[in-house]
Write a protein that binds this ligand. Sequence first.
Ligand SMILES: Nc1ncnc2c1ncn2[C@@H]1O[C@H](COP(=O)(O)OP(=O)(O)O)[C@@H](O)[C@H]1O
Ligand SMILES: [Mg+2]
Length: 270
Amino acid sequence: MTTLLQAIPAPAVELPYYVPAGNECALFELAWRKRLPLLLKGPTGCGKTRFVAHMASRFGLPLHTVSCHDDLTGADLTGRYLLKGGDTVWADGPLTRAVREGGICYLDEIVEARKDVTVVLHPLTDDRRILPLDRTGEELQAPDSFMLVVSYNPGYQTLLKSLKPSTRQRFVAIEFDFLPLEHEIAVVASESGLSADCVRPLLLLARRLRVLKGQDLEEGVSTRLVIYCATLIAAGLSRDEAVTAAMIEPLTDDLDVKKGLIEVARATLG
Ligand SMILES: Nc1ncnc2c1ncn2[C@@H]1O[C@H](COP(=O)(O)OP(=O)(O)O)[C@@H](O)[C@H]1O
Ligand SMILES: [Mg+2]
């Protein structure tokens, strides 16, 4: 298959570094080309945001990223009237900007957002691809290059906070997980500057701690945390201190669990 990516000239700027886990780049490209919205599922810190940044750069598209939280409303995405020196002026929100520019809008942790956010997304995620702006009376037709990408972490969702089928069934979905060991070593070494030989035991530890997810831990050690740990070691901190600060303390507040994690670290790292 000759992909569009091969046809697009390499951009002059350096792309955000991304090591693929499988065929996600080709799938993203097809979804973009066919104007399908995309859902990325996976644990925190496994590369979803980096992947979107990488792909947006590859296509030369503007990227508007929104970290969703429980106060985020539809108006935060679409826009609102603001007071400016006595006048009220309309200010586009990130979603509206992405639609107008024909770029990518990336909604990170979509389940955190308020209910009315999904209502805003519905007409954009079916074949109409429109964004009605009730306040201004406009109805924007999304250009072909516009793409909606959302992510969520199925791991720590409660029943109350999961994606409703009526919303999730509007997306093509890709499952993300931590990279295979050798790939993850390469990523951590590249991002932290620590040698691959020093990174390897940290990742062996990370893998052991990831197994505890769902028992004692809500989340396992992310690639992001291992990068933090490796960065601290590369900057001169002792390995034990770096492991405690970046791979154990962020995981739990429970003293007993922490003790257990420290023991696993000792047994793994020697
Ligand atoms: N496949 C990958 N290629 C390159 N870097 C990665 C990859 N996966 C994770 N990373 C690194 O891990 C960090 C955290 O990833 P991020 O994309 O922010 O995770 P998520 O959005 O899934 O929470 C990134 O900043 C990057 O340094
Ligand atoms: Mg992210």
